[in-house]
Write a protein that binds this ligand. Structure first.
Ligand SMILES: [Zn+2]
Length: 276
């Protein structure tokens, strides 16, 4: 398996992206890996702090590593949206391939300083570092005062911090959208021209495939999908439980796993080579 940093360079040449999907338990992880295997595409498997708290760090690591081996899929393990440097340190030491430091809500200077600290921690371990510049609304946060990433700020930010990947604010948001989002593709193109960092689009759930493909052409290298995974998994369980008295969870979960797998297979078509 290439390092993620090597993968970015390959994707730059191909002008393509990799899908990054959050997992929450064995079931959602196996949905992701089965879809990747079926489509013969690599993926990034992401865990947040909450997932690590839920599973425990050792289980998160062990599960991810043994599952990607079992399914024979290239899958980089990434820490999504971390703000806590201790957690980041533990994940780097434990063997994560990639970490995200999200200091995007801090002022620009402090964001640079915090991100620099993480790059310093990660470098000796060759762990990929993603930071966020600008402001992508979190679930439940106001979408009114979204601050888009500015190309000149992105250029300086990447030069000063040495990050490998940069999450940009160009009109996406976390969670569900009330109306179809419109990405600022012109701005994205300018950011891509200004910096060599792999650009990341958060809030990929609910953005139409057509827009995602255009965003890839303009320089997006990683597309994050989380909300839709939870929504599909729980939705499937709810409807299934309505018409069964079966208590055997090994009979109940596979349908939800399959539905999430199909959702991810459709998403993976966005980055499949024949479509790029
Ligand atoms: Zn995100």
């Amino acid at each position: 398996m290439l390092s993620l940093q090597e993968k970015w360079r390959e994707l730059d040449r191909l002008n393509n992206a990799v899908l990054a999907i959050n997992f929450y338990n064995f079931e959602t992880l196996s949905s992701i890996l089965k879809a990747a295997k079926r489509k013969q595409l690599p993926v990034i498997i992401q865990a947040t702090r909450k997932t690590i708290q839920y599973l425990g760090l050792d289980v998160t690591l062990g599960l991810a590593k043994s599952a990607r081996k079992q399914y024979e899929v290239d899958a980089w393990l990434h820490l999504d949206h971390a703000t806590d440097l201790d957690l980041i340190r533990q994940c780097i030491k434990g063997g994560f391939d990639s970490v995200m430091i999200d200091a995007s809500e801090q002022p620009y200077r402090e964001n640079i300083e915090t991100t620099e600290k993480v790059v310093e921690m990660a470098k000796p371990h060759r762990v990929n570092v993603e930071a966020e510049l600008g402001y992508v609304a979190k679930m439940g946060q106001s979408r009114e005062k979204i601050r888009f990433t500015q190309p000149d700020e992105a250029k300086i930010f990447v030069e000063q911090t040495g990050v490998d990947a940069l999450a940009v604010a160009i009109g996406s948001a976390h969670g569900f959208y009330d109306k179809e989002p419109r990405l600022d593709l012109e701005l994205l193109g300018q950011i891509h021209d200004a910096t060599p960092a792999a650009l990341v689009l958060h809030g990929g759930s609910g953005i139409p495939p057509r827009q995602l493909k255009k965003a890839i052409k303009k320089g997006i290298r990683k597309i994050n999908v989380a909300t839709e995974i939870k929504n599909k998994f729980i939705g499937s369980l709810k409807s299934e439980l309505q018409h069964t008295d079966d208590i055997d969870l090994r009979n109940i979960f596979p349908e939800a796993i399959k539905e999430v797998q199909h959702l991810i297979e459709d998403k993976l078509d966005i980055v499949a080579r024949e479509n790029s």
